[in-house]
Design a protein around this ligand. Structure first.
Ligand code: ANZ
Length: 829
């Protein structure tokens, strides 16, 4: 008997697939409807790991499934190959980041091919190839022309370990860098930005279209990140200053409760206000500003942090009641949110209350909020220290008195608008996307700076601006880009007048590369354009995107933004890049994340060597719902391999010829087969891969039972079941599926064979027993379908020999039929 030898199968089928190219999408005459299935492309940080094994197993189930359903499936792969890890590894080992990167790509590619995901390898891309990054530069220039790429000086997030700036999205909730883990500090620098804030409303509103197709958790994270607040700008006169100061508030209804004003110490406004005050105030403010520079934005927003601040000895005037409000500088107010200043309403805002209690400032309640303290204790915020943030009725508020909060908010805005002192506005948490990095291994920014400070975009015909060789450059992080050290490269003539000029030495955030890569896959070798709008029209947007939830904000938000920009520039007809998103969980070990430092890593190559590709892939699919984490200590690749061996033996036992009519086969087995054929597609589309595998195991067991029973391996139902098993295994265990298919007498590739339609008549449950009585006496029992109609059952009963005998020559006076259980015949004579 033949044994199941996974490594022999792997050796055998890889070259055959190379020859057949079953996953090619290059035939322009292909008339099948299209699907675009995209797995997030890997970063080449070493060999593949178990996380890759999971995502590419699951993404491939989807791609193979749609092919079986008659679709022409675009399923490309490439490498996200620019970025800091290459550079840091290169510095550590004194090697070239390019060499390190491409060696890793070669290694990963070898593993990926062995892993047999159904990729169209003709479309492979690497973002670090000049053929790719040229188009990042094109994209930059498109945004620049549209006024969506600009340079400005501002406070930025600075990673003191990697010595580079970070986008807001790259700073974790605890204030550390997502890359280096260093505590991120603020630094004032001139940097390049993409104006993603122009798209804030659309990025938020269009999330509604994705409802039900993206995980709701991801939608919520995007909503929170964009953070739209509806409120009002209110303008305050400042004593001794001509211009008014606007503040943003979500609670214009509380305007009569404002008792002081707070400005962010690092906002330009604070320094302006401090000018002309006493030397003591100026000194105190300067000291405070230095202190503030050491804390991160996250720390500053922490609610449990003791409040600090400096009184600026200046006053604002409340526009609605003329009250004098002392102005303070305090770091709980952020410089780049709203207008960097707030009207403080301590009775109804907790941060303001904490501040007022620290510095002994007045607290005035303007909303009568029902007291819910059970013991009847006072709910006065100046006593309890708890701000009244709930709903209530306005008091101490002139024209607003007696209104509810919901009525008072629009009324306050009306009053302000009538006086020319304010207006309704929106604010966003979202900041513009900082895209310049002071590091080597990335896309050079295609701008030339004149000596006079002018900016000149590199003409498109001159792209790509090639990254200079790393040899001879000092790549060590030092706060300015290593490219600045490449004298030959950086010094160029001013394109306008030939005077000395310099290239911009920063490189782009690698999230620029991945913001549009799904389009490059559609015409990866076209050196005349970034992507082909016609191909995009045919294939995009992506029907199913598969990848990790760690990209819930950054990558997905940037890709959505760039898609909208390209739409607005007339290149794309759609505005969302990814119609549906599947986030797989993590592969963990003994309940813990795998990491080098913990030494609890399960290695991809070891698992594949030990159990075979098919068993590892099947294990990933069988482990549970794809969104859940897979604890590798709790799954059984050995069990998967055993199941595969069992399936293989079934195919091996089949003795009937291909094409034999299954109708004469074992009906019980046929019912199991056709139930499976009927249910597997819906289950797959609902991502219940584990249930499909469980059902497949049931089918293989049922097949074995029939083989071992009297019917034997020659029963045509056994062949039908084995063929179905091979078709289903194509989704999970492509090597074995192909081998079974061949063993069953067919040509490869099973991956191109269509899923079969279930025979409806076999989908009924097993039969039920109907009783036939003649004058109350049971005369026969019939095995019938539970779906049988009264008429059919009556006909069957009348056809029964036993019943006919019992009726004899009698006259039938009445027949009562209760399908599917009972027929009662009354006779006379
Ligand atoms: C007065 C007020 C009264 C406020 C009240 C709240 C409650 P979100 O929802 O996050 O948009 N604020 C405005 N600009 C700020 C800044 N640069 N730094 C820190 N806080 C700032 O929050 C908007 C509220 O946060 C605004 O409404 C303002 O305080 C404060 F009972 O104004 B509010």
């Amino acid at each position: 008997e033949e044994v199941y030898d996974f490594s022999a199968l792997q050796k055998k089928w890889l070259p055959i697939w190379d020859e057949l190219q079953p996953f090619s999408t290059s035939n322009p005459d292909d008339e099948r409807p299209r699907k675009y299935v995209l797995d997030m492309f890997p970063y080449p940080s070493g060999d593949l790991h178990m996380g890759h094994a999971e995502v590419y197993a699951l993404g491939d189930v989807v791609a193979r499934y749609w092919r079986q359903q008659g679709f022409n499936v675009m399923h490309p792969i490439g490498w996200d190959s620019f970025g800091l890890p290459a550079e840091n590894a290169a510095i550590k080992r004194g090697i070239d980041p390019r060499g390190w990167t491409y060696d890793n790509i070669a290694q990963q590619k070898k593993s990926m091919r062995l892993y047999a995901a159904s990729f169209d390898w003709e479309r492979e891309i690497h973002t670090s190839d000049p053929e790719y990054y040229k188009w990042n530069q094109w994209l930059f220039l498109e945004l620049y022309k549209a006024g969506l790429a600009y340079r400005k000086e501002s406070w930025v997030n600075w990673d003191p370990v990697d010595q580079t700036v970070l986008a807001n999205e790259q700073v974790l909730a605890d204030g550390t860098s997502e890359r280096s883990g260093a505590v991120v500090v603020k630094k004032r620098l001139t940097q390049w930005y993409f104006k993603i804030t122009d798209y804030a409303d659309r990025l938020l509103d269009d999330l509604d279209q994705l409802e039900g197709h993206w995980p709701s958790k991801v939608l919520q994270m995007q909503r929170n990140w964009i953070g739209r607040s509806i409120g009002a700008d209110v303008e305050f006169e400042i004593e001794g200053r001509d211009e008014r100061i606007p503040v943003f508030t979500t609670r214009p209804d509380t305007l009569w409760g404002a008792t002081f004003m707070v400005v962010a110490p690092d906002a330009a406004l604070a320094s302006e206000l401090v000018e002309g005050t006493s030397p003591e105030v100026q000194q105190r403010f300067a000291d405070y500003l230095t202190e503030v520079g050491h804390s991160s934005e996250i720390e500053r927003q922490a609610t449990d942090r003791p409040k600090t601040g400096v009184f600026l000895e200046r006053y604002a005037v409340n526009p609605v009641n003329g009250e004098r409000l002392p102005i303070w500088a305090a770091d709980y107010v952020l410089a780049d949110y709203g207008h960097g200043a707030v009207m403080a309403v301590p009775a109804h805002d907790q941060r303001d209350l904490d501040f007022a209690r620290t510095f002994d400032l007045p607290v005035r309640v303007v909303l009568d909020v029902p007291n819910t303290n059970e013991d009847g204790a006072s709910n006065d915020p100046s006593e309890t220290g708890v701000a009244l943030s709930g709903d209530g009725t306005l008091i101490n508020s002139g024209p607003l008195d007696g209104l509810r909060k919901a009525e008072a908010v629009p009324r306050a805005i009306e009053i302000l608008e009538a006086e020319g002192r304010g207006r309704a506005t929106k604010n966003y948490r979202l900041r513009d996307w900082l895209i310049s990095r002071q590091r080597y291994w990335g896309t050079p920014i295609p701008i030339i700076h004149g000596e006079d400070g002018t900016e000149h975009p590199v003409p498109v015909e001159q792209l790509p601006v090639l990254l200079p060789d790393a040899a001879g450059l000092d790549l060590k992080p030092k706060g300015t880009s290593p490219l600045g050290g490449a004298a030959d490269w950086v010094n160029v003539p001013n394109p306008v007048d030939g005077t000395p000029a310099k290239r911009d030495a920063d490189t782009m955030d690698t999230f620029v590369d991945s913001s549009w890569y799904f389009l490059r896959f559609l015409n990866p070798n076209d050196d005349t354009k970034a992507f082909d709008p016609e191909e995009a029209q045919k294939w995009a947007p992506v029907d199913q995107y598969v990848g990790g939830v760690e990209h819930a904000i950054l990558h997905l938000l940037y890709a959505r933004f760039i898609t909208k920009v390209l739409h607005d520039l007339g290149y794309l007809s759609f505005t969302e890049p990814f119609k549906a998103l599947l986030n797989q969980g993590m592969v963990i070990l003994d309940g813990a994340k795998m990491s080098k430092s913990k030494g609890n890593i399960v290695f991809f190559t070891e698992e594949v060597d030990k159990h075979g590709v098919d068993a590892v892939r099947l294990t990933m699919a069988f482990a549970g719902p794809p969104e859940d984490d897979i604890d590798w200590a709790e799954v059984s690749p050995v069990g998967s391999a055993k199941f595969l061996a069992r399936a293989w033996r079934v195919a091996n036992d089949v003795t009937s010829e291909p094409g034999v009519d299954p109708a004469t086969g074992d009906p019980a087995l046929r019912r199991v087969t056709h139930r499976f054929l009927a249910d597997a597609p819906g289950l797959t589309e609902a991502f219940k891969f584990n249930v499909v595998v469980a059902r497949l195991m049931e089918l293989v067991n049922a097949t074995r039972k029939t083989i071992d029973s009297g019917a034997g391996a020659g029963d045509p139902a056994v062949r039908e079941a084995a063929e179905t098993t091979a078709l289903a295994l194509n989704l999970f265990a492509p090597y074995l599926a192909e081998e079974m298919w061949e063993k069953l007498g067919f040509e490869p590739s099973v991956a191109l064979v269509q899923w079969r339609k279930a025979d409806e008549s076999l989908l009924v449950a097993e039969s039920v027993t109907a009783i036939v009585q003649v004058n109350g006496k049971v005369r026969d029992r019939l095995e019938v379908s539970p779906q049988i109609t009264d008429a059919e059952l009556e006909a069957l009963a009348m056809a029964s020999e036993a019943v006919q005998k019992a009726i004899g020559g009698g006259e039938i006076v009445k027949v009562i039929v209760r399908a599917p259980k009972l027929v009662n015949i009354a006779i006379r004579g």
